[in-house]
Design a binder for this molecule. Structure first.
Ligand code: AHM
Ligand code: MG
Length: 339
């Protein structure tokens, strides 16, 4: 149950709009539309065990992965709400190949890139999954937006965040003035402020990596993960491994408790030379959230995720993200200064 502080997410968004006299209310409107989409998806996710919607639709997305029915539902729900909200000029979804236009006559000044249901391989086993979003201001000047509007670095995001469908549904977002977390109270259908001004603990308690890839790891990855298993004199124990395989859920736990998540390049990555995760739909929005919460997000060659200039809507990127102190240590291993 949400800690009832009485502040709804809409109120909070409105309050931060007030801090910017130049604001037109369009970003507020856009976030509110995303919240409605999130509530609809949340209801559907909660019903999934009951309704005959579970299982796979038999199609694959452009990444060649199985698309499950709830992914399709989440994708459609967000698209339909967004295409006529009047605040967007163009969209992109992890589930679709090209850019998604908005309805004629409804063009606005923002773009949104979204992963409609991240961690979808976990749907039918009741593990937390989530919707991730990234918002930019358009840079093109025509009527409809273009791909160029979406291919902007994460440092230019005006808002980013996620909705996690877990034991409760939460929305975590930033508009560049800290990170705020809201919990959905299903009895009234409202998100209430439950985690004001989230700060990620500087020291990590957990590490999240798919250890089954050990045999493919480069020496630097192996040396770093071995280091994490050494006894920390400060705590008398190693870091604990927690890996759900659902990025939003792994990220969220580490954000609240302190931790580091890694999905880096390995020796086997011939089909995915840059790792698995996508810059626009996963890495960049979570990087904005983590930095706003006092953490760090980099690649395995030390580049700041938010500085990367995207060249492709679906480009993948190696990701190291989490508590600052721990990302700093990881960086020294990956850059060959330790290990
Ligand atoms: P998805 O967007 O198709 O669900 O894939 C992304 C997911 C992430 O949520 C998760 O971190 C990762 O894939 C897990 O991959 P792996 O099974 O290789 O560990
Ligand atoms: Mg995903």
């Amino acid at each position: 149950m949400a800690k009832r502080k009485g502040i709804t997410v809409s109120r909070q968004i409105m309050d931060s709009q007030m801090l910017h006299p130049e604001a037109t209310g369009e970003l507020t409107g856009l976030l509110n539309e995303l919240i409605v989409a999130g509530k609809i998806i949340s209801a559907e996710v909660n019903m999934a065990g009951l309704a005959d919607i579970l299982g796979q639709s038999g199609k694959t997305n452009i990444q060649g992965e199985e698309v499950q029915k709830l992914d399709v539902f989440a994708n459609k729900t967000i698209k339909r709400r967004m295409e006529q909200c009047g605040y967007l000029c163009v969209m992109a979804s992890e589930e679709e190949d090209g850019i998604i236009p908005v309805l004629d006559g409804y063009e606005g000044k923002y773009t949104v890139a979204f992963d409609p249901l991240d961690g979808s391989s976990n749907i039918d086993v009741n593990v937390s999954i989530g919707t991730i979003f990234s918002i930019h201001q358009r840079i093109s000047s025509g009527k409809q937006g273009t791909e160029k509007d979406l291919l902007q670095p994460g440092s230019r995001q005006v808002a980013a965040g996620y909705i996690i469908y877990g034991s409760s549904t939460m929305m975590v977002y930033t508009t560049g003035d800290g990170v705020h977390g809201f919990t959905l109270d299903p009895s009234v259908g409202e998100f209430f402020l439950s985690h004001p001004d989230i700060k990620i603990p500087q020291t990590a308690k957990y590490y999240s990596v798919n250890e089954s890839y050990t045999n493919y790891w480069h020496d630097s990855t192996r040396a770093y993960i071995d280091y994490l298993k050494e006894i920390d004199p400060a705590t008398g124990r190693p870091l604990s491994l927690r890996y759900i395989g659902s990025l939003v859920a792994d990220f969220h736990r580490n954000l609240i408790k302190g931790g580091i998540f890694l999905y880096v390049r390995d020796k086997k990555s011939t089909d995915k030379p840059e790792g698995k995760l996508r810059l626009l739909y996963e890495a960049a929005p979570l990087a904005m959230v983590v930095e706003q919460a006092g953490g760090r997000a980099i690649t395995d060659d030390g580049r700041r995720i938010l500085d990367i200039e995207p060249v492709d809507l679906h480009q993948r990127v190696p990701l190291i993200i989490g508590s600052k102190e721990q990302v700093d240590i990881a960086e020294s291993f990956f850059l060959g200064k330790k290990g």
